[in-house]
Design a protein around this ligand. Structure first.
Ligand SMILES: [Zn+2]
Length: 476
């Protein structure tokens, strides 16, 4: 046994088509690159399904004790952005700043792990120019009359491996808007677009222009993770041409393997249909949150299917996820109350409780290690909730409750769906203590008055067998 294989984790690699043990290139720090949003409008739940699957991967690797560096790019220059800015009569930077802020706030609400680096394409122009220079030097790229630069697919025999394409049939039927650039071969893709009046451009050794979309992901991933790195994720729709192009331009430039394992997240459907403008069924995360959807329920709904199966989002998805979240919250609150109880018998952790925590951890790890089988991992979690509630009903000890809660919090490092640790508003701690004293003295009038005072501060109190429980309101 060596340490090189990450403790039992198997991942399905799109390039080889095989599910195989994940072996990091550098076990000291696993490098992950995820294609991020184009920041010119609100992200929808399909976008976030893909980001949250990468988030689960990062969380699971970290929870298993590995150091991870996670890079998620922000595409802040492309045709759509230029058109949107012109339409709004807004500077490109102002428009992309505005949408970046919305994206970051969605990300935070949905508890996506903060990536270590979120590079913007326009802040990495020199790296992109350098990559084009290397490709020109090696004969994998050429300049057309208007000054645009294309990747020469004929120079790269492996092209099409990721998407399993027939090189001859490739790109036939694809709308080739770049005809105007007079490329040598209809399949070739643009690396650098020559400057045009009314469009942003950068002065460069390779001629004034702006980068094509594919180029930024190769340049920025290699800038932050090295020329070869472990994991690259994205939605299935990015396999071709985006990721195929990333592989070609990166490997042609460096002569090295670009990515160890490619992971792609399947589509999200809304009530069986593709999300589309024409169907009017695009569910935007910021709209849902503004409507008051519980962010943890949305997160759970988006992570609940296996990432390689398509997720069907229906009107029942959120209520079902919310019910599950409430079950989890009630269990967590009951564990907190029992843990706080002064146990006169002072029993330790029961054998049954210890066994339940151990089996749950094991089932959860087996599921996550099996190519991130979240449905099975959630199955282990909710069986745990049911069995844990049974132990609580059977009056388990405070120590047992504490052991169960520790296991619950450990699972949640990966899932991210438990309530955040809340801090009490100023003054409420004293009121809570006074209420405990009032109830002990059977002064129920005072206890009711204190409950109202606490409610006015946003602290909701409930009485249970284990004494008073509280939560800071407004989290739903
Ligand atoms: Zn990308």
């Amino acid at each position: 046994m060596t340490n090189d294989t990450v403790s039992g984790l198997q991942l399905r690699d799109t390039l080889s088509g095989a599910t195989r043990p994940f072996t990091p290139l550098n076990p000291k720090e696993i490098g992950i690159y995820s294609c991020g949003p184009t920041i010119y409008g609100p992200a929808h739940i399909g976008n976030f399904r893909s980001f949250l699957f990468a988030d689960l991967l990062v969380r699971w690797l970290r929870a298993s004790g590995h150091a991870v560096r996670w890079v998620v790019n922000l595409t802040d220059i492309d045709d759509k952005i230029i058109r949107a800015a012109a339409k709004e009569g807004e500077e490109i930077r102002a428009l992309t700043d505005r949408w970046e802020a919305v994206f970051r706030s969605d990300m935070e609400a949905l508890r996506m792990t903060q990536p270590d680096v979120m590079p913007r394409a326009t802040e990495h122009i020199p790296e992109q120019i350098a990559l084009v220079e290397r490709l020109l030097e090696k004969g994998h790229a050429y300049k057309t009359e208007d000054g645009s630069i294309f990747f020469r697919i004929a120079s790269w025999p492996n092209y099409g491996t990721l998407a399993r394409l027939d090189p001859e049939a490739m790109r036939v039927g694809e709308r080739v808007e770049a005809d105007e650039y007079s490329k040598d071969d209809v399949r070739d893709f643009v690396l650098w677009k020559a400057a045009k009046p009314g469009e942003p451009s950068w002065e460069a050794s390779i001629g004034a222009g702006r980068p094509g979309w594919h180029l930024e992901c190769s340049a920025m991933s290699m800038r932050y993770l090295g020329e070869s790195f472990d994991l690259h994720t994205g939605g299935i729709d990015l396999v071709f041409p985006h990721h195929e192009d990333e592989i070609a331009q990166s490997e042609a430039a460096t002569g090295k393997r670009f990515v160890g394992t490619w992971l792609h997240c399947a589509h999200l459907h809304v009530s069986g249909d593709k999300m589309s403008k024409s169907l009017g069924n695009i569910a935007r995360v910021s709209d849902l949150l503004a409507e008051g959807v519980e962010p943890r329920a949305l997160r759970l709904a988006l992570i609940s299917a296996h990432y390689r199966t398509s997720l069907n989002y229906t009107p029942d998805s959120l209520p079902a996820a919310l019910a599950a979240i409430e079950r989890l919250d009630a269990f967590d609150a009951a564990l907190t109350a029992r843990t706080a109880r002064v146990d006169e018998a002072a029993g330790g952790v029961s054998a049954e409780g210890a066994a339940l925590a151990a089996t749950t951890r094991e089932r959860f790890a087996l599921a996550m290690n099996d190519d991130l089988a979240v449905p099975e991992a959630l199955g282990a979690l909710f069986d745990f909730v049911r069995e844990g509630n049974r132990l609580l009903d059977a009056n388990c000890s405070a120590a047992t409750a504490a052991a169960l809660q520790e296991a619950l919090k450990e699972l949640d490092q990966t899932l991210g769906i438990l309530p955040a640790a809340t801090t009490l508003p100023a003054g409420s701690e004293e009121l809570l203590a006074a209420r405990v004293a009032a109830r002990a003295a059977r002064d129920f009038a005072a206890s009711d008055r204190l409950r109202d005072e606490l409610a006015a501060l946003g602290v909701l109190v409930e009485d249970s067998r284990d004494g008073q429980r509280w939560r800071v309101g407004g989290s739903h």
